[in-house]
Design a protein. Sequence first.
Length: 343
Amino acid sequence: MFRYLIVITPLGLLYGSAGRFLSPENLVGRSGVSFPPSAATLSGLYAAASHIESDRALDELQHLQLAGAFWAYCEDVQNFYLPMPLNYLVEDGKIKHKLDWVDCDGQDKQWRTKSGEPPTGKFDKGNNWVAINQWDKPQQAHNNPWQYLPHLHPRLMLEERRVEADTDKGSLFLENAVQMNPDTCLVYLANTPIDDGWYRFGGESHMVDLQCIAIAESTQKLLQQPVGDYFALVTPAVWGSNRLSYREPMIYQNNNWESVWKKQTLLTERAALFRYRLGGEGKTKRLSRGRYAVPAGSVYVLENELSQAWQDWDEAWFPKEAYSFKRWGCGLALPLPKTNRVA
């Protein structure tokens, strides 16, 4: 059960993933960007802290569970912001429509607005967040509180300070610095406390100020609600085996992978990439197998209700690669409010 908010305030710039090497064939300046750091990054911080503090029990790390990343204003970290469910359509920062899965004059069910009409117009894609205190009735959409500050660097030779003229990789690469609004911070959920202080966070080991505080009672109640048959993801979800990725939990039985849920529909977007470091001997660390994840904000409508909150879902539903993906809050879901039009 999540009991703590891990509040991380950058002390300066943070970095997303380095962009791909630039060449005449690849001039996509923001390709390869990954921000904010995933819960797996915070898991690495816990692991590093356990080696420093002798009184931290090893079994706590084995049962560690995290979720995020979210963000909040520093003056009100309990009211942190979650990815906006995709059935809310945002235009110019305002929620214009809420889509419901309904019958359409005897035809097959479809996503429709409150008036029963299909949505028209251009809507903001991604980068929309909603305050957790407004989860049951969103009133306003918020954009990312960070901006990218790319830095173009030459790729140097290993033994000489000369640009490496490698025609395969190119001689330039883009480093994607990220600057957060100074009034905001990153927020993660955790079941295990960690001492407050300054830590090196992420692959580039930038310094951050970390605080660990108890989660508000109102948030605890929301996290403990059964998700029912109508819910949204607030973190990316990786389902399936170690080799195959699916759009819902799968279990292997009868010599085949079968769905755990009876799904009516799924409102989602393009799959997100998910990868983390497994560790290993020496300085070189192994990367996990690259996976495709159902993006945060995706909305599920099921045939039958799930009578459990996410924290009580069977761990067998989650892939396992060294650790169960539930360790990093894979597919953390919250129930959505129903209307009279939802079937």
